[in-house]
Design a protein around this ligand. Structure first.
Ligand SMILES: CC(C)(COP(=O)(O)OP(=O)(O)OC[C@H]1O[C@@H](n2cnc3c(N)ncnc32)[C@H](O)[C@@H]1OP(=O)(O)O)[C@@H](O)C(=O)NCCC(=O)NCCS
Length: 178
């Protein structure tokens, strides 16, 4: 599982179980101290995998893409999901959004995150969005550093998101797409 041999491709239904594992492991590492321990410890990789399986079995709108980062055995070690902005109002169609990016903590700090982010923003460009936004937990300093290193910047929007369960304070980042 080394960084140079990792590849990035669009997700396929057979990726679902591995995506569930990556999702839970990334959250349990990144949100410790930000979300309650009981919530994080209760996350179930199989249940998450089933959700990914249902999502991947449904025809995805042309305007959204799920990209995965895979190890030499073709197992996903990370994923990023992009598409049109979810709360865009009247001008929403002009903005893309990075809905999620997660890497297995085993492969953090090797530059894979930046490769995955580059692939995700390339998909947003390919979909025709001139700019994109993302929401990041205010206290997720690793992710904020990661985005800032890639040219994203806070645009002044803030919210409290309770769609995952426990409420999380978030800030919005934005960048122009190449
Ligand atoms: C956000 C996330 C995808 C970033 O991945 P990452 O591995 O931390 O980031 P990178 O792959 O770019 O690695 C960057 C770090 O590796 C180092 N690095 C080592 N080798 C490297 C290489 N060949 N190329 C680039 N960076 C390298 C960098 O110096 C940098 O160190 P720093 O964080 O101390 O500045 C990952 O931390 C993650 O999945 N977090 C959990 C989920 C999450 O928070 N998602 C965001 C929600 S909004």
């Amino acid at each position: 599982m080394t960084a140079p041999s990792a590849q990035i491709r669009l997700a396929v239904p057979a990726d679902a179980a591995a995506l569930g594992r990556v999702h839970v492991r990334a959250w349990q590492a990144a949100y410790r101290g930000i979300m309650p321990d009981a919530f994080l410890d209760g996350l179930d990789p199989d249940e998450r995998g089933d959700r990914w399986a249902r999502g991947l079995a449904t025809t995805r709108p042309e305007s959204s893409r799920l990209v995965v980062c895979i190890d030499p055995q073709d197992d996903p070690v990370g994923f990023a999901l992009v598409g049109p902005v979810r709360d865009g109002g009247a001008n929403g169609s002009e903005l893309g959004e990075l809905y999620a990016i997660n890497l297995d903590p085993n492969v953090w700090g090797r530059g894979l995150g930046q490769r995955l982010l580059l692939a995700a923003t390339a998909e947003l460009s390919r979909l025709g969005f001139p700019a994109a936004v993302l929401w990041v937990a205010t206290g997720n300093s690793r992710a904020r550093r990661f985005y800032e290193a890639a040219g994203w910047a806070a645009d002044g929007m803030e919210r409290t998101d309770d769609s995952f369960g426990p409420p999380i304070d978030e800030v919005r980042y934005r960048r122009l797409l190449p």
